[in-house]
Write a protein that binds this ligand. Structure first.
Ligand code: KG4
Ligand code: ZN
Length: 343
């Protein structure tokens, strides 16, 4: 069964064709990152206008790169939320119109659930019960998954999402947007033990909190400025009387985030006796997080390649396939749901 997936919840316009929920036949992503970089973050109105321009050409490319014609497509899966309302509307209405015109079943997909299903597009098929850490620009959720569509929330962020913290800290230390990849690159040249930053352990809870860490970096930079010092661009061993290396700050921040994510995931995996751990969402493409999870958890840890961690439509098609198989389908009155929750 071939499912056409459509994704437009934020600043990526994407279309993909996936066979039987697991085999990627095409995965086309048009990123607006260069357009929004000038503003230091996603501008919703600009994003939805750009989706309008790109959505049809991207869907056509998704079909042609899969070598598929409409006759080969069995269903249309489209992101219904969460996300930016104006952005979601473009993909959802394109999906509804195409499903209606071609007489295909339509299935609205939760974007967060889609991120989890990126793990069905790789390697070995995930086995239940499993633990999934969803870390993106909008979410940091630790979720127990006992079957397809069966989720139990163990913990979530009480303030900033992990990706949001990466983006905000990158802006504070002058690394620009998008922050996650920029911090990862700078951290690679830095020394993570140079600067002491706080970790919110929130005892006896699987919840996270990253805003105190972000504020600690802000105070560090403010203190530096007040003392007439500056942040230097990544000179190795760059901490002098006059300057602090941006790379050392990036490495220390990245380590603080990863320490907490790894430790809470490790504890939850042991407490619930899961068979494996899945990583999902844009922050799951972070190399340090992937490496430490694989090394320190003591059970199988699976994560998609970076292109399937950040927003894409293949994950939406995969999730749509499993929901269709479970008997779900939507009518043409399907609407966007900007604040949709998974659990
Ligand atoms: O899943 P995603 O593409 O979009 C949302 O649904 O939010 O995640 C985007 C987030 C951004 O905050 C971005 O900075 C972060 O993922 N990100 C990373 C990395 N690549 C993307 N964070 C840390 N390290 C990375 N390599
Ligand atoms: Zn996402």
């Amino acid at each position: 069964m071939n499912v056409l997936g459509i994704e437009s919840s934020c600043d990526e316009t994407a279309a993909a064709v996936v066979a039987d929920g697991r085999r990627v036949l095409s995965n086309v992503i048009a990123s607006q990152v260069d357009i929004h970089a000038a503003y230091g973050g996603v501008v919703p109105e600009v994003a939805s206008r750009q989706h309008l321009l790109w959505i049809i050409p991207i869907i056509e490319q998704g079909l042609s790169e899969a070598g598929a014609k409409w006759i080969d497509i069995d269903a249309v899966a489209v992101t219904k939320g969460p996300g930016l309302a104006g952005s979601l509307l473009v993909g959802l209405n394109a999906g509804k119109a195409l499903a209606f015109a071609k007489g295909l079943p339509l299935i609205g997909v939760n974007h967060i659930e889609g991120h989890i299903y990126a793990n069905w597009l790789i390697g070995r098929e995930p086995e239940f019960p499993l633990l999934c850490l969803v870390v993106s620009g909008g979410h940091s959720d630790l979720i127990l998954m006992t079957d397809h569509g069966e989720y139990q929330l163990l913990g979530r962020t009480r303030d900033d999402a992990a990706g949001e913290a990466f983006d905000k800290v990158a802006r504070i230390i002058g690394l620009g947007y998008p922050g996650g990849p920029a911090i990862q690159t700078a951290a690679g040249e830095g020394e993570p033990s140079k600067i002491r930053l706080p970790r919110a352990w929130l005892r006896n809870s699987y919840d996270f909190s990253f805003s105190g860490l972000k504020t600690a970096v802000l105070r560090l930079v403010e203190r530096l400025q007040a003392e007439g010092k500056e942040l230097t661009v990544c000179a190795t061993g760059g901490q002098t009387d006059k300057a602090l290396s941006v790379c050392d700050v990036a490495a220390s921040f990245e380590k603080a985030v990863v320490d907490v994510l790894v430790e809470k995931t490790r504890r939850a995996a042991a407490a619930y006796g899961v068979k494996m751990v899945l990583l999902a969402g844009g922050v799951a493409s972070n190399a340090e997080l992937r490496q430490r999870m694989a090394e320190e958890l003591g059970i199988t840890v699976q994560f998609p390649p970076p292109r399937l961690c950040t927003d894409n439509a293949a994950m939406i098609a995969s999730c749509g396939y499993f929901r269709l198989k479970a008997g779900y389908r939507d009518d043409l009155d399907l609407d966007v749901w900007p604040n949709l929750k998974l659990v």
